[in-house]
Design a protein around this ligand. Structure first.
Ligand SMILES: NC(=O)C1=CN([C@@H]2O[C@H](COP(=O)(O)OP(=O)(O)OC[C@H]3O[C@@H](n4cnc5c(N)ncnc54)[C@H](OP(=O)(O)O)[C@@H]3O)[C@@H](O)[C@H]2O)C=CC1
Ligand SMILES: O=CC(=O)O
Length: 324
């Protein structure tokens, strides 16, 4: 008999067919308590769980006693209670690498669009405001040869450093927990403490995961250390930045602008004050959202679940120790 799995994200047809070949699949819309209640027998019998979004916590795991592996269609796994998974010997698979270059492209797009006021001036032109040649009121700031500070020099941070260094001749600073020799040798990146990075960078770019240590790592105190001309880019996770403090800093000129792909609450409420600010470029968490990359992530997530449930995990596992 094929192992039972719960699918909580729709997949391209060919990948869904592959999943069906290996497993007996129940597709649900999410993993909320209401959905679990509606499909209690299927959740109870499932050995695998594949999808993204929604909390996978103790409460959900208690309703899935047969679960052996989760496969998330994302690299970030802050939605998962990893300790609870470890206690139950449940593997957690994710999709690093396949999305790295695409997310770095998105971050560079935010750097350029905030510095050169692309979205703001696009709205201005379309509103028929372009009546004579523009003056200093509409000028942006240069990106090339400036200093770009990266918080989190992991896979995405490295790909961003590559673009900024080779494409734009930028100086690279970084802050991480350990030294990243590759970044230093290839891109001349300089490791520094958070305070130095914030003080010296023209662009502060966040590609950090959300953890207890990174939650609100950037608050009012840290924003005050940044240059008034500096721009903050966040494509890590919203709660890494205290959004209320950021809103205040953008309003009172503590910093110049922000480019945000992620927010403390997602979708960001339509009436959030931060959305009213002209010096904010806001994206709906699209870091990896290209056709090619989202397909690649879904493909890897399917392959990851097949590997996990057949005892053949070689990569993309957050907690390989639970295989023992
Ligand atoms: N906006 C979007 O659509 C997307 C967002 N993301 C986000 O980007 C994150 C990073 O992805 P990826 O680059 O693949 O992950 P990696 O694990 O490769 O990199 C994470 C980096 O963060 C650093 N880090 C972690 N904790 C701390 C800390 N407390 N202080 C300083 N540095 C820290 C790590 O440091 P060290 O190297 O020293 O261990 C590492 O350099 C994801 O977890 C996710 O949240 C990812 C994809 C898409
Ligand atoms: O935010 C997206 C991810 O893959 O993590």
């Amino acid at each position: 008999m094929k192992p039972a799995v719960i699918l909580y994200k729709s997949l391209p047809d060919d990948l869904r067919a592959k999943l069906d070949q290996h497993f007996s699949v129940t597709e649900v819309k999410d993993v909320s308590p209401e959905t679990v209640k509606q499909h209690a027998a299927q959740f109870a019998a499932a050995q695998g769980l594949l999808g993204s979004g929604g909390k996978v916590n103790d409460e959900l795991l208690a309703s899935m006693p047969a679960l052996r592996a989760c496969s998330t269609v994302s690299v970030g796994y802050d939605n998962f209670d990893v300790d609870a998974l470890n206690q139950r010997n449940v593997l957690l698979m994710h999709t690093p690498t396949v999305l790295t270059e695409t997310v770095a492209d998105t971050m560079m797009a935010l750097v350029l669009s905030t510095a050169r006021r692309v979205t703001e001036l696009d709205k201005w032109v379309k509103a028929g405001e372009w009546k004579k040649s523009i003056d200093a009121e509409h000028f942006g700031i240069d990106v090339h040869h400036k200093t770009l500070g990266i918080l989190g020099m992991g896979r995405i941070g490295l790909a961003l450093a590559q673009r900024a260094h080779f494409g734009f001749g930028m100086n690279i600073l970084y802050n991480a927990r350990r030294q990243h020799e590759e970044a230093e040798t290839r891109f001349g990146a300089r490791a520094c403490d958070l305070e130095t990075l914030l003080k010296e960078s023209d662009f502060v770019c966040i590609s950090l995961p959300l953890t207890a240590q990174t939650h609100h790592m950037i608050g009012a105190e840290q924003l005050k250390l940044m240059k008034p001309s500096a721009i903050l880019i966040n494509a890590g996770r919203g709660p890494v930045v205290d959004e209320q403090a950021l809103t205040a800093a953008l309003k009172d000129g503590t910093i110049h602008a922000a480019g945000l792909d992620v927010f403390e609450v997602e979708p960001v409420p339509a009436d959030a004050e931060i959305l009213t600010l002209p010096n904010v470029v806001a994206l709906p968490h699209i870091g990896s959202a290209t056709h090619e990359t989202r397909y690649g992530m879904a493909r890897d997530a399917v392959d990851n679940l097949i590997a996990a449930l057949s005892g053949k995990v070689e990569k993309n596992c957050v907690n390989p120790q639970v295989q023992a």
